[in-house]
Design a protein around this ligand. Structure first.
Ligand SMILES: Cc1cc2nc3c(=O)[nH]c(=O)nc-3n(C[C@H](O)[C@H](O)[C@H](O)COP(=O)(O)O)c2cc1C
Length: 162
């Protein structure tokens, strides 16, 4: 038996994308307080990703070792600051798309740049920002393009610009 069997790997990195509905009244300070706890925790767990908030909804990508992502997602599910979590996509990855950030927060409601407005228009059209309507591929494309807009990011940036 060859040891390079791709179907039998002991360590898997996965990417999980989910959407959720934020608790009513979540403001930017509340979002940054989520990140203050999340970032050091994610560094410890080897998890990277991006958390987008807009129109009262979250879209998050979690990348990391499969067991660590599963455990974290189970904890996030129980968080009363959001409801209606829906997994949009989840699967093995060879390369991380968001390796630079222990968790990058982007709030689309505050001071949106024209680039960001255009991107939201492109991906959500007339429906307005509702990540739960996106397909898995659509959610990945949106986050990926949003990440590209951010340009060269410092490694391990924590609470980032709006
Ligand atoms: C939308 C959302 C995203 C979150 N993302 C993370 C995350 O990436 N990492 C993390 O450790 N906690 C995250 N949290 C916070 C966790 O739900 C939880 O409060 C935190 O990990 C502390 O858990 P503990 O109270 O069990 O120690 C998130 C919470 C919300 C509402």
């Amino acid at each position: 038996m060859r040891s390079s069997n791709r179907l039998l790997r002991t360590m898997h990195d996965i990417r999980l994308l989910y959407s959720s509905v934020g608790q009513t009244g979540l403001d930017y300070p509340a979002l940054t307080s989520i990140l203050r706890a999340a970032s050091p925790n994610n560094v410890k767990l080897g998890i990277t990703g991006i958390l987008v908030f807009g129109s009262g909804m979250f879209l998050q990508a979690l990348e990391g070792e499969r067991a660590a992502v599963n455990r974290l997602y189970t904890r996030i599910l129980r968080d009363p600051r959001h409801t209606d979590c829906q997994i949009l996509d989840c699967g093995d990855i060879e390369i991380r798309r968001f390796p630079a950030w222990s968790m990058k927060l982007i709030s689309l409601d505050d001071a949106p740049t024209s680039d960001r407005r255009d991107l939201v228009g492109k991906h959500f059209g007339a429906h307005g920002l509702d990540p739960s309507r996106l397909s898995g591929a659509g959610a990945y494309a949106f986050l990926s393009e949003l990440t590209s807009l951010e340009g060269a990011a410092p490694r391990r940036a924590v609470i980032a610009a709006r």
